[in-house]
Every structure is written in C-alpha cells, then in structure tokens.
Design a protein around this ligand. Structure first.
Ligand SMILES: Cc1cc2nc3c(=O)[nH]c(=O)nc-3n(C[C@H](O)[C@H](O)[C@H](O)COP(=O)(O)OP(=O)(O)OC[C@H]3O[C@@H](n4cnc5c(N)ncnc54)[C@H](O)[C@@H]3O)c2cc1C
Ligand SMILES: *[C@@H]1O[C@H](CO)[C@@H](O)[C@H](O)[C@H]1NC(C)=O
Ligand SMILES: *[C@@H]1O[C@H](CO)[C@@H](O)[C@H](O)[C@H]1NC(C)=O
Ligand SMILES: *[C@@H]1O[C@H](CO)[C@@H](O)[C@H](O)[C@H]1NC(C)=O
Ligand SMILES: *[C@@H]1O[C@H](CO)[C@@H](O)[C@H](O)[C@H]1NC(C)=O
Ligand SMILES: *[C@@H]1O[C@H](CO)[C@@H](O)[C@H](O)[C@H]1NC(C)=O
Ligand SMILES: *[C@@H]1O[C@H](CO)[C@@H](O)[C@H](O)[C@H]1NC(C)=O
Ligand SMILES: *[C@@H]1O[C@H](CO)[C@@H](O)[C@H](O)[C@H]1NC(C)=O
Ligand SMILES: CC(=O)N[C@H]1CO[C@H](CO)[C@@H](O)[C@@H]1O
Length: 573
C-alpha cells in the first residue's frame, strides 16, 4: 500500500463504503487513539493502520466533507472560511498593531483538517531551518531525515513544456499520497517579474523544493492537475483506505480531556479520552496510547483541561496539576503578511489557474549592506518570552544568511480594467511569541488566543524592510515599465516609518501557526521530547504543527506532512 496513489474512481468507490460509527455504536477501545482527523492525524492513522494487528481510532470534531465543493474546487479557495467546516477561532486584539481585532482565525473542522480549507500551496523550507530543529536538542530531526519523509508524502505531476514553468524532478516525490502540480500556464509577465528580482540583486531559483529555499520560482499546489481537484489529507490518506477494519473514525466527536489511569508524579498514564458526541452526550474511548493531533490551537487546551500545563495557572481555574509544564500553550509563532498593490498598464491574458510566484530572500539581500547595523542592533536585544535556545537559533539563521523574507507575488485582472500586481511580504521567522490558553474547565469553550504580532520591534522593522524591498523590485526594469502606479500603500509611503504605519493598519496572518506544544528540552519550555511524547507522561503524544519549533521558509503543510510521515516512522520503530 505504501506509495499507492488512488485513482479518483477508487476514491469514489471507497467513499461509498465509508461507514462512520457514532453514538452508542461507536467503538470504545483501540491501540492508538488519535484526537483530530486533520493534516497530521490522518497521515499517522494511515501509516499505523498499515499493520493489520494494530487498531487505530480517530476522533474528529467535524464531518467528512464529502461533496463539499468549497473543499474540492481550488478556485473556491477561501469560500470555506466562516462556514461550518471552519472552527473560526476568535483572537485577542493586536496590542502592537493599533489594537485591531482580526477576523477569527480559520482552522479546518472536517476530515482533512486545515488541509481541506487552506490556500492549497504545497512547498518546503530551507535545509538550514530543519537542521535547527535538531540543534535545539531534538536529535534525529534534521533536513536529512525530514526531506525524504516529505518526498514520501508527495505525488508530483510535472507541468507541460508549454506551461513555461521550471522545475527539478529530484526535488519532488513521485510515488506518495498527496497530489501536487502547478497552476498553469505561467503568463509572460512572470518572466518580466523574475528579471526585475534578479536585476534588483535577487536570484532565480530552478525549483525551491529541494532544500535551498532562496530565490524566485513557481511553487506547486496540493492538487490533481487533470481537473484541479484539491488533494487533502483525507483524500490522500483516509478515503482510499477506509475499508481497513483496523482504521476507524468517529465524526462530530469533540475531545475535551485525557482520562488518566494513573497520575503518578513524572509517570502519568492515560487510559483514554473524554469526548462530546454530535448530540452533546459526553462519552469516552479507551486506548493504550493517546495521540493529540488537534492542531496548534486545538491540542494545548486539551492538555490543560487534563492537568498538563502551567500548574499555577491551572490551579487558578481549579484544575489539579498532573504534569507541571509551563510551555503548554506558550511560544505561539505565526508568520505575518501585508498586501501591497500596483495597477499595471494593461489588462493581461490571465486565467483562473494563473499561478503565482514566490520570492524568498535573506535579510542581507532585503535591507542591503548599508542597513545591516540597524538589523544587528535590533537582533541583539533579546526578546522577552523567547528562550536562549530559540533566540540563538534565529541568530544562527541570520549569520548564515538564511532565507527570512518571502514575497508572495500574484497578478489578477479585476472584472474590468487593467490588471493588478499584488505582493505580500512575509516575515518568515518572527521573534514575537503569542499564546493559547483555556479560560475555563468547559471542554467546548474557545480558548484565549494572543498573537502578539510586533511585540518585538525587530518583526515590524523587518516587515517594513520587506515592503521597501517589494517597492524596489517593482521600480526596477523591466517590471517598472509595466507599472501605471501604486494602489496601496499610496505613492510617497516609502520610508520605513511610513511603511510601519501602513503595516500596523494592514497586517494579516498566513495561518502558519506553530510552537504551542513545543518539541524542545523540558528546561527550554519544551512540551514533547524528540519522540513526541509529552514530558511526565508514559503514553501521551502530540503529533501536529504545534510541536514544530522553527517556521519553514514556505507555507506550512508540506512540512506538516513530512513531519507526520517521520513521526509515523518513529511510532512504527
Ligand atoms: C486558512 C488557511 C490557509 C492556509 N494556507 C496554506 C497554504 O496555502 N499552504 C500551506 O502549505 N499551508 C497552509 N495553511 C497551513 C496548513 O494548512 C496547516 O499548517 C496544517 O494543515 C496544520 O495541520 P495540523 O495537523 O497541525 O492541524 P489541522 O489540519 O488543523 O488538524 C486538526 C484537526 O483536529 C480536529 N480537532 C480540533 N480540535 C478537536 C477536538 N477537540 N476534538 C476532535 N477533533 C478536533 C480539527 O477538526 C482538525 O481536523 C493554511 C491554513 C489555514 C487554516
Ligand atoms: C477529477 O479527475 C479525476 C481523474 O484524474 C476524475 O476521475 C474525477 O471525476 C474528477 N473529479 C471532479 C470533481 O471533476
Ligand atoms: C461554500 O461557501 C459559500 C461561501 O462561503 C457558502 O455560502 C456555502 O454555503 C458553502 N457551501 C457548503 C457546502 O458549505
Ligand atoms: C490598546 O488597548 C489597550 C487596552 O485597552 C490600551 O491601553 C492602549 O492604549 C491601546 N493602544 C492603542 C494603540 O490604541
Ligand atoms: C541557493 O540557490 C540560489 C539560487 O539558485 C543560489 O544562488 C545559491 O547559491 C544557492 N545556495 C546554496 C547554499 O546552495
Ligand atoms: C516557551 O515559553 C516559555 C514560557 O513563556 C518560556 O519560558 C520558554 O523559554 C519558551 N521556550 C522557547 C524555546 O522559547
Ligand atoms: C460550555 O461552552 C459552550 C460554548 O461556549 C457553551 O455553549 C456551553 O453552554 C458551556 N457549558 C457550560 C456547562 O457552561
Ligand atoms: C505596458 O508596458 C509594456 C512595457 O513597457 C509594453 O510592452 C506594453 O505595450 C504596455 N501596454 C500598454 C497597453 O501600454
Ligand atoms: C530597510 C532599511 O532600513 N532601509 C533603509 C536603508 O538605509 C537607507 C538610508 O541609508 C534608508 O533610506 C532605508 O530606508
């Protein structure tokens, strides 16, 4: 079954046999109980259930999503946000960005999790970023181990020569589960944009996915090219395998807390999980091993309600401490983004599958040599709430001239009138850290989420530098000849201070949240060890984006798939 990618016919056939248990008929015991049938959860469930002698039970808070075009049709990206397959997590006002309250953070509430509602981009980060996972004390987690795990997850469909898209076949997996392909064809203006990046001191990359994430290139989407149908962790890892008798899913089951057999100090043993079913009835399921895959905002609240977290904080809510782990819910990291728009001089022949470009550069390229002292002085002020270990990792990435600012570049044609060029500078490695914590013992109440964007001045400066860099690329020939003028920010908004104002008023999220159940040594605020086991427990694990310690210079799902494939290898060992 390894490396088998189902045809759509097989997929539909399998779907017809999908039978989900619920209510009193739900299974109540398994070897592995996985909370969350999302991106990472279903990869793990699939790999573990390859062994017929192992039973796997998945509790998923949402439904199956079958037949929902907002999932399958990538042209509808964004339509699912705010619907019933989105958790819509409310977040706190941005204290360092005009106290703005952003629209609730989307997260998939459906089989496939966020892979079912995301922006569909599938890419990977830089080798140096993955090597820093290991440098933090996570033995075995490095580019050499994560890259092949990523290839294992991918089934790449190359573009046609006429699509005018460059790629390197060895940077992609060709026999994995998740279908990847390019939006296509690339319009002629893409060559114009790439030339300006090079003329402004950047690089053209032959393909960003092989561990060198520096340069401008097209990136793949998680999508079948034949009809641009989205590939999710459910279509890739569950539906074609749902016939397995040892791979069971309970839908509309919201896990609330871990149930303990023993809470012996330093050696707590879980017996299973408590959950609320579709009709609001509280039930329980038992397992030898409990794995939380409920996501960066979903997993920490379950730990806290179970007594795993900052003991003082939990005591304030009347929760008895099982493991005192102050890192639970802390260290939330999110890459910020801001849109900049220009009017082009003409309307371009674009289609609804026109791809976009990604330009990833080091800080050194972005700010130029004359501003490096400014960067260094900002970087030398150690941010609050960041451990020495993580802080030093970021300084090493800087000294190594690693990729740090990403420009996501798209061209679109409004219904009437000339085309619009949009660039979205992204700070790939923010120093500011936020948090997610429960507000009561109520198992279905939303947690309190604080992003803390720009708590650290370095992060705001770097976004402004990224915006200035985008303006420089746009004013460099040949692209400059195509520009009719700026739309936003207005002409004249070019100084770092003016751009900071624009960014405070317009900053958004990329949805690449990590870090709230950090994989790190316990003394550094870590929640799980390199085997993904929660400190102080015997059989509780976290396998989702919340354990990832360093952001990739990329969108996140390619890294989550790779991470989950490697996690599965560890469990099977
Ligand atoms: C709007 C959006 C756009 C994005 N765009 C991109 C993109 O273009 N490219 C890219 O690479 N990445 C993108 N990402 C990021 C990427 O999709 C996520 O990082 C990744 O899917 C997270 O995987 P996960 O397994 O950690 O969590 P998820 O995939 O979110 O899985 C968590 C699962 O747990 C379930 N769950 C949560 N709580 C409970 C509970 N208490 N009980 C039972 N089940 C529960 C959820 O319903 C969900 O199925 C985007 C994300 C979002 C939300
Ligand atoms: C998508 O393409 C597959 C073949 O690659 C085909 O079998 C299927 O019917 C198509 N699905 C949709 C929704 O168009
Ligand atoms: C798809 O998205 C649209 C727009 O958000 C929404 O109105 C519609 O109900 C969604 N469809 C489904 C099946 O959820
Ligand atoms: C943001 O809100 C806090 C608390 O309400 C207040 O103290 C602060 O002055 C506000 N800041 C801005 C920039 O409005
Ligand atoms: C990464 O790729 C860029 C662009 O192709 C190239 O200039 C650079 O030398 C590469 N870096 C490394 C470390 O290989
Ligand atoms: C995680 O957060 C905790 C609490 O704020 C902090 O003490 C710890 O140093 C952080 N860990 C890292 C690696 O930044
Ligand atoms: C728990 O929270 C949910 C969601 O906010 C709410 O509907 C419910 O009434 C709460 N339950 C209790 C017992 O307070
Ligand atoms: C836009 O500018 C480009 C580059 O100067 C030029 O080739 C093209 O003809 C212009 N389009 C229009 C409609 O003027
Ligand atoms: C990103 C940045 O700091 N840019 C500044 C570099 O220095 C020049 C003056 O030397 C400023 O004009 C830029 O704003």
């Amino acid at each position: 079954m390894l490396g088998f990618t189902p045809s759509f016919t097989a997929l539909v056939a399998a779907a017809a046999f999908v039978r989900y248990a619920s209510g009193a008929t739900a299974p109540t015991t398994a070897d592995y109980l996985i909370v969350g049938g999302g991106t990472a959860g279903l990869v793990l469930a699939n790999r573990l259930s390859e062994d017929k002698g192992v039973s796997v039970l998945v509790l998923e808070g949402g439904g199956d999503g079958l037949g929902n075009v907002n999932i399958s049709d990538f042209r509808l990206v964004g339509a699912a946000w705010g619907t019933d397959i989105d958790w819509q997590f409310p977040t706190q006002p941005l204290a360092y960005a005009n106290n703005r309250t952003l629209t609730p953070g989307p997260r998939g509430k459906v089989l496939g999790g966020s892979s079912a509602i995301n922006g569909d981009v599938f890419d990977r980060g830089d080798s140096r970023e993955y090597d820093e996972w290991e440098a933090l004390g996570n033995t075995g987690w490095n580019f050499k181990s994560i890259f092949p795990a990523g290839l294992k997850s991918e089934k790449f469909y190359p573009p046609a020569p006429s699509d005018n898209i460059q790629y390197v076949l060895s940077h992609h997996g060709t026999t994995g589960n998740v279908a990847t392909s390019y939006s296509r064809p690339s319009p002629p203006i893409h060559d114009v944009i790439m030339s300006s990046v090079v003329n402004a001191g950047g690089f053209k990359s032959p393909d960003l996915e092989g561990g060198n994430a520096t340069g401008i290139a097209h990136v793949t989407n998680a999508r079948l090219p034949s009809n641009d149908t989205r590939s999710t962790s459910a279509t890739a890892y569950y539906f074609p395998y749902s016939y397995r008798p040892n791979f069971k899913v309970i839908l509309h089951a919201t896990a609330t807390r871990i149930l303990w057999r023993s809470t012996a100090q330093g050696n707590a043993v879980a017996s299973g999980v408590e959950y609320v079913d579709q009709s609001g009835v509280t039930r329980s399921a038992n397992a030898k091993t409990v794995i939380l895959s409920a996501g960066t905002w979903g997993s920490p609240p379950i730990l806290e309600r179970s007594g795993v977290g900052n003991a003082k904080f939990l005591a304030s809510l009347g929760i008895k401490s099982v493991v005192d782990l102050p890192g639970v819910g802390e260290n939330l990291s999110e890459q910020t983004l801001v849109p900049l728009q220009w009017q082009l001089n003409s309307s371009l022949p674009l289609t609804d599958v026109t791809p976009f470009l990604l330009n990833v550069e080091s800080i050194q390229t972005v700010v130029g040599s004359n501003n490096i002292t400014t960067v260094k002085s900002l970087l030398n002020a150690k941010p609050p709430g960041l451990s020495d270990a993580l802080y030093n990792a970021h300084k090493r990435l800087f000294n190594d001239k690693a990729t740090w600012v990403e420009d996501y570049i798209a061209v679109s044609t409004p219904a009437e009138g000339p085309s619009v060029l949009v660039m979205y500078p992204v700070n790939l490695h923010p120093l500011s850290r936020g948090s997610v914590h429960i507000v009561s013992t109520n198992g279905t109440q939303y947690p309190k989420i604080q992003y803390n964007f720009f708590q650290n001045p370095f992060d705001l400066y770097l976004m402004a530098a990224g915006a200035q860099r985008a303006q420089k690329i746009v004013s460099t020939p040949p692209l400059s000849d195509w520009i009719a003028g700026p739309i936003a920010p207005a002409a004249g908004v070019t100084s770092i201070e003016a751009l900071k104002d624009y960014i405070r008023a317009n900053v958004g999220y990329t949805n690449h949240i990590i870090g709230t159940a950090l994989m790190a040594p316990r003394k550094d605020g870590g929640v799980v060890d390199p085997n993904l086991k929660v400190y102080g427990t015997k059989n509780v694990y976290v396998v989702d984006a919340s354990v990832i310690p360093i952001e990739p210079a990329a969108h996140l799902q390619g890294t989550v798939y790779a991470f989950a494939e490697r996690a599965a290898e560890l469990f099977k060992r």
